[in-house]
Design a protein around this ligand. Structure first.
Ligand code: DCP
Ligand code: CA
Ligand code: CA
Length: 371
């Protein structure tokens, strides 16, 4: 590792139970209680989902994305709060501002997580020192905890930050990468969800170590490019399509209606609100999109999507609204609507104040042989 090139040191930081921790900070009497941020449970009959839950609530089996009614059934005594997005956005901005001061190579990947290239630290022991300082600064200024991972690639740093939550710090030296990754379940790899995980399991692949050692030809014939990418990630090497690279990223919003509806005014109003919200997000992250997807879930849970791709990237709210409304008006009428959503994809980061993300990613790919 002491060759011609300085060693790469990547730090990934993810805030702990982000929305819930902010609520506890604002309302100290909630500390130690199961706090669930999301839709109104309405005594068990509420619709919509859990955004997040405090670690106390997770002990009841409550998870992000779970129907709020199921969460309520598991923990009726929990404290159920509606999300306060403006507050979370403000805290996110403050946290990101702290992070930016530690490296010019900063890349925010969601409301509560970011990568920092801290190769300038030179040594891993110095990097660990930086991580401690960052955690202390966030604790001191924001009264919040986060979990940090450090490693020679984004994938290793990302998996490491998730390992000891909450308030964790996990460092993986370059020569520890394989031993670190091998025993972990394949589901730790971003993008390997229940579907891919199930297919891998049928092939006898349970751990990242199993995946590392697997014949890449078979992976490719089974999963195509994604098979090759998974194999690279299993070895701890970054790939371009990794989340955070705009090409595969997307941002989305969904609204579940209190009652199923086919009232065009209600649907259009929901679209406009989500578009305004998405517009704020993309502006904040300097993101420009080319594809907008409209998602509709009808009564009975049948879900359909329609997409439109435009020739040039934009972050225009007007374009978002027009595309969403256009897709809605051309969607065939299939009954009353339970949920409506918008997703923006084909994202690109542009604009001033943005570090050379392409260079950052290319640097990440050095020697990995993927592109
Ligand atoms: N979020 C959401 N809906 C989801 C997942 C997340 O609204 N299905 C929101 C609420 C979370 C925030 O995004 O607080 C960050 O998501 P994370 O996945 O990082 O989860 P948390 O920060 O809540 O918990 P953890 O401590 O596991 O990171
Ligand atoms: Ca988090
Ligand atoms: Ca996160």
């Amino acid at each position: 590792m002491r060759g011609m090139e300085p060693q790469r040191i990547i730090l990934h930081l993810d805030m702990d139970s982000f929305y819930a921790s902010i609520e506890v900070r604002e309302h100290p009497d909630l500390r130690g209680k199961p706090v669930i941020v999301g839709a109104d449970p309405k005594g068990g009959s509420g619709r919509g989902v859990v955004a997040t839950a405090s670690y106390e609530a997770r002990n009841f089996g409550i998870r992000s994305g779970m129907p709020i009614s199921r969460a309520y059934a598991r923990c009726p005594e929990g404290v159920y709060l509606r999300p306060n997005f403006p507050l979370y956005t403000r805290v996110s901005r403050e946290v990101m501002e702290i992070l930016r001061t530690y490296s010019p190579h900063f890349h925010q990947v969601s409301i509560d997580e970011a990568f920092l290239d801290i190769s300038h630290a030179g040594e891993y022991t110095a990097a660990e020192e930086i991580a401690h300082r960052i955690k202390e600064e966030i604790r001191g200024k924001e009264h919040l905890t986060c979990s940090v991972g450090i490693g020679p690639s984004r994938i290793v740093a990302k998996i490491a930050s998730d390992l000891k939550k909450p308030d964790g710090l996990t460092m993986v030296n370059p020569d520890q990468v394989r031993d670190f990754l091998a025993p972990l379940p394949v589901g730790k790899i971003p993008g390997v969800g229940r579907k891919t995980g199930g297919e891998l399991e049928l092939m006898g692949i349970r751990t990242i170590g199993d995946l590392m050692g697997f014949d890449i030809q078979i992976l490719q014939s089974r999963f195509g490019k994604w098979g090759l990418a998974m194999h690279e990630l299993a070895l701890g090497k970054d790939i371009r399509e990794f989340s955070g690279d705009g090409a595969s990223r997307s941002v989305s919003r969904e609204t579940t209606f209190e009652e199923d509806t086919d009232d065009p005014d209600v649907l259009l109003h929901a679209l406009d609100e989500m578009a305004a919200d998405l517009h704020q997000s993309v502006r904040r992250e300097n993101l420009f999109f080319r594809t907008l997807t409209l998602k509709i879930r009808y009564t009975g849970f049948i879900t359909r999507t329609w997409s439109k791709t435009i020739p040039h990237e934009t972050d225009s709210l007007q374009t978002m609204r027009d595309l969403a409304r256009g897709l809605l008006s051309s969607a065939p009428h299939q009954g009353t609507v339970r949920l409506i959503g918008i997703r923006l994809s084909n994202l690109k980061e542009l604009g001033p104040g943005q570090q050379s993300i392409d260079g950052y990613l290319e640097g990440d790919n050095q020697g990995s042989g993927s592109g």
